[in-house]
Structures are given as structure tokens and as C-alpha cells.
Design a protein around this ligand. Structure first.
Ligand code: NAD
Length: 326
């Protein structure tokens, strides 16, 4: 079966999704609010019908799945409309800005046995998959803490703050690696450029097992960083997406208490190793996974529930951010 796809939102990120779905599926319809963008895409994708109305996608019986890459505040109403029309949905992150809304989307998807997949791109990154294998195999020992750095100068957004725009990436990976929901979520930050839109945010998470995590999220920073560090009791690993070749580095470093030191801690420093990571485009793997789910069924809706956990944690962090500012 070739999945018949429609997409709404053809902007900065949407064009990458269109390219992939055009190559992997039967791209039938495109929608954008901007007439200039519609004109461009009509020229570039002559086989797709390009219109301005989202209703067109939902009403078309020859569409199996809808991809949503519009601005964040539109995600929840559009995803809801698409699910209610019986379409499978891929929705860019975050699918909703309130946990109650995300829970509603998940319930709809489960009730109708439809795919609801949030665009958690990093979960499809071969480097992140490698980290997950290391953690699950116990190669790092018990995971003690995880921290993410997602900083840059720009892209300065007005609809969503650094927590919702950048944090959703790290949070999806942190929850995936740790496999728990945080029992404590604290955020501090400030809106330096656009009133009400925090551009610098520091987050602290604590999990029921005692593991802790931190995220530094900012578009006001001299460094471009896309890095996640996992500190295990026996080894440590770093995923650095700015590295071309050494995306994952494993440090055989740890504290230890040899018998002869009578309870004193020492540190052990061993080899530093970078395993080969396949060069596959994460977005391509993500799109393929969505199409697999559409073709073979949503299973136990793992992706939708993971999206709900991420939105729940984001909401907790946002409430903490507001409480700290008031
Ligand atoms: N996964 C990633 O790495 C990644 C990276 C960047 C952006 N994103 C996500 O992609 C989404 C879009 O971000 P962007 O940077 O492409 O934004 P953008 O502003 O460049 O594009 C949004 C597009 O949606 C169109 N639009 C707005 N309202 C619409 C509606 N109701 N119906 C149809 N079209 C509508 C706009 O005309 C615009 O072309 C956001 O959710 C963002 O978080 C994801």
C-alpha cells in the first residue's frame, strides 16, 4: 500500500517533511496559509493539489494521513480535526500546548485506532538510538544524571518560548533514556527579547528513582550546542550533534572505591571511544516510521503516549517558569 499523504504548513521545517514524504509516499495535497508559498509549492510539486483550506484535506476520502507543520498554537485544533475526520496524523512538536489537550488527542487516536505521531525528531537519530542501546544494555552502569545543552544565537521565535521550541527535543530524549516521568520539574528563565517569550531557560528534573536531569535552552548564546551528556556509575557518554564524525563518545571514566582506600573515592580514567554511527538522515527515518505505522497499524500507540509524557513535563516546567517570574 502506498500511503496517500497531505500536508499543512510548508514553511522553514515543513518543506523538509514535504521532500521526504514526496519521495517515500503518494503526496496528494498541500495546504499553506500563504499565497506566495502555495505558488512556489504548486510549481515544485505539480502532482499535488495545493490549496488554502485545511478542511480540503480532512474532507478528501482519498487521503490516508495528514502531516501538520504549522505554527505550534494551531497544532491541537488541526490535529483534532484530522483525527475526527478519520485521518492518521503526524504533527510537529509539540502537538499541543496543554497536557489536557494532548490527552484528548491521544484518546481520540486510541478510540479510532489511528496513528498519532509527534515530530520527536531526535528519537530517530542513530546517535540517540546508540545512547539508548548503551543505557538499556547497562554498559554505562546505572544512569545517574543526564543533561542537555541546546543553545545558539537565533532562530528567535515569537509563538513559542525556548522551553517549548528547543526543550521538547531534549525532553523527548531524556524521558526516552530514563524511562520515567519526572517527580519534580523546576525551570528558571527570562524573556529578554520578546515580552512573555522566554529566550533563556534552565530546567531541572528529578525522577522517582533519584536520577536527575538538566537542560540549558537558549537562542541567546555565543555557542551553537546540540549536546546531551549521560553520566553513568561506570561510564559516561556524550551525544554531540555538532560533530560530523564523532557523534557519540563513550568515556570509560568513573569514580570507584578500591578496597585498599578504605571507603575513599578515587577516579578511574580509561579509554575514550567513538563507535561508528550510521549516517542516515533522522528525518527520513522519522517519516518512514510514520508510514510504517500507517501501513501496519498504530500498535499500542507508543509514540502518542510518549508525546503526552513530553507535553506533561513541558507543562510542569512552564508552570514553574511562571511561578518563578511572578
Ligand atoms: N523537528 C524539528 O527539528 C523542527 C525544526 C523546526 C521547526 N519545527 C516545528 O515545525 C513547525 C513549523 O515551524 P516552522 O519553523 O516551519 O514555521 P514557519 O513559520 O516557517 O512555517 C509555518 C507555515 O505554516 C503556515 N500556516 C500557518 N497557519 C496555517 C494554517 N492554519 N493552515 C495552513 N498553513 C498554515 C504558514 O504560512 C507557514 O508557511 C513548528 O511546530 C516547529 O516547532 C520542527
Amino acid at each position: 500500500m502506498t500511503v496517500r499523504i497531505a500536508q499543512a504548513g510548508l514553511g522553514y521545517w515543513g518543506k523538509n517533511l514535504v521532500r521526504n514524504f514526496d519521495e517515500l509516499a503518494d503526496l496528494r495535497r498541500l495546504v499553506d496559509a500563504s499565497p506566495e508559498i502555495r505558488e512556489q509549492f504548486a510549481r515544485r510539486y505539480p502532482n499535488a493539489k495545493v490549496t488554502a483550506s485545511f478542511d480540503d484535506l480532512c474532507d478528501d476520502p482519498d487521503i490516508d494521513a495528514i502531516v501538520i507543520a504549522t505554527p505550534v498554537p494551531t497544532h491541537y485544533p488541526l490535529a483534532k480535526q484530522a483525527l475526527e475526520a478519520g485521518k492518521h496524523v503526524f504533527v510537529e512538536k509539540p502537538p499541543a500546548m496543554r497536557a489536557a489537550e494532548m490527552a484528548e488527542l491521544v484518546a481520540l487516536a486510541v478510540e479510532r485506532n489511528l496513528v498519532l505521531m509527534p515530530g520527536h525528531l531526535l528519537l530517530y537519530h542513530p546517535g540517540v538510538r546508540m545512547l539508548k542501546r548503551l543505557v538499556d544494555a547497562g554498559d554505562l552502569g546505572d544512569v545517574l544524571c543526564v543533561y542537555g545543552n541546546r543553545q545558539n544565537l537565533g532562530k528567535i521565535r515569537k509563538d513559542e518560548n525556548a522551553l517549548w521550541s528547543l526543550g521538547v527535543h531534549d525532553l523527548s530524549v531524556i524521558l526516552y533514556l530514563i524511562g520515567e516521568q519526572p517527580s519534580e520539574a523546576v525551570a528558571h528563565g527570562n524573556a529578554f527579547l520578546t515580552p512573555g517569550v522566554e529566550d533563556v531557560v534552565f530546567c531541572y528534573l528529578r525522577f522517582p528513582s533519584g536520577k536527575i536531569a538538566h537542560m540549558h535552552l537558549s537562542w541567546l548564546d555565543p555557542h551553537k550546542m546540540r549536546k546531551l551528556t549521560v553520566v553513568g556509575a561506570e561510564k559516561m557518554a556524550v551525544f554531540d550533534d555538532m560533530e560530523l564524525e564523532r557523534k557519540v563518545t563513550i568515556y570509560d571514566k568513573a569514580p570507584e572505591q578500591p578496597a585498599q582506600t578504605y571507603g575513599e573515592w578515587r577516579t578511574r580514567t580509561g579509554d575514550i571511544f567513538s563507535p561508528k554511527i550510521p549516517n542516515d538522515e533522522p528525518l527520513r527515518l522519522e517519516c518512514r516510521h510514520f508510514l510504517d505505522l500507517v501501513e501496519n497499524g498504530p500498535g499500542d500507540h507508543t509514540e502518542a503516549f510518549a508525546g503526552l509524557e513530553v507535553v506533561r513535563a513541558l507543562e510542569q516546567l512552564q508552570q514553574s517558569l511562571w511561578a518563578a517570574a511572578s
